[in-house]
Design a protein around this ligand. Structure first.
Ligand code: ADP
Length: 182
């Protein structure tokens, strides 16, 4: 066994993603992850090539607020490869969620790449729960951006209350987009 593998903890899972913003589907994976592992780290990937709606600091504080009642969950940001982040904190499991067949294809490729980069890290997939499989961060952003004021009821089907507040504040502070001619 390579010396470096001794420090990895297979009871510590990292759930890495963009979480821009965190959805009820993400939260469901976190909750189920906690029931399977001793410790779950929600890791927000900082990708300089993307322009997220929420900065990583904003995502960090929103997710911390949402997971505060959950035991054994922590939240962090990371730059660079997820496998390097796992290794740096000694976590042995990458936790991912799967919604659709399209997810399977990209997740499969990513898992193979991660395995090639660090074969000691195991990836564990949780299938999205029935009620959450259609929820994505891009759908949430679309509903929030294109929906009308007072449509928070619809957003509540997709995100926790803290995210509704954050979306409302974010959209209020953005310059409004002029309606295009019919
Ligand atoms: P990424 O940019 O890494 O895809 P996301 O924040 O979109 O980051 O997703 C992080 C992880 O959560 C991925 O494994 C994704 O498949 C999973 N996921 C996203 N939405 C859901 C959902 N509604 N139910 C279950 N898993 C989900």
């Amino acid at each position: 066994m390579p010396a470096e593998s001794r420090s990895l903890n297979r009871r510590h899972a990292v759930y890495a993603g963009s979480f821009d913003p965190l959805s009820l589907g993400h939260l469901d994976v976190i909750r189920r992850g906690v029931s399977l592992f001793d410790r779950v780290t929600v890791a927000i990937g900082i990708n300089p090539a993307k322009s997220p709606l929420f900065s990583h600091q904003e995502r960090l504080s929103i997710i911390r607020e949402v997971v505060a009642p959950l035991p054994r969950v922590e939240v962090a940001c990371f730059e660079g490869l997820a496998v390097n982040f796992l290794r740096s904190i000694g976590a042995g499991v990458m936790l991912r969620g799967l919604r659709t067949l399209t997810d399977i294809e990209s997740e499969f490729t990513m898992t193979l790449a991660n395995h090639a980069l660090d074969s000691e890290i195991e990836t564990v997939f949780l299938m999205a729960s029935e009620g959450y499989s259609h929820i994505s961060s891009s759908l949430i952003k679309q509903v929030a951006l294109l929906g009308q004021e007072g449509q928070e009821e619809s957003l509540a089907k997709f995100v926790p209350p803290a995210v509704i507040v954050a979306l409302r504040n974010k959209l209020r502070s953005r310059p409004s987009v002029p309606a295009s001619p019919a």
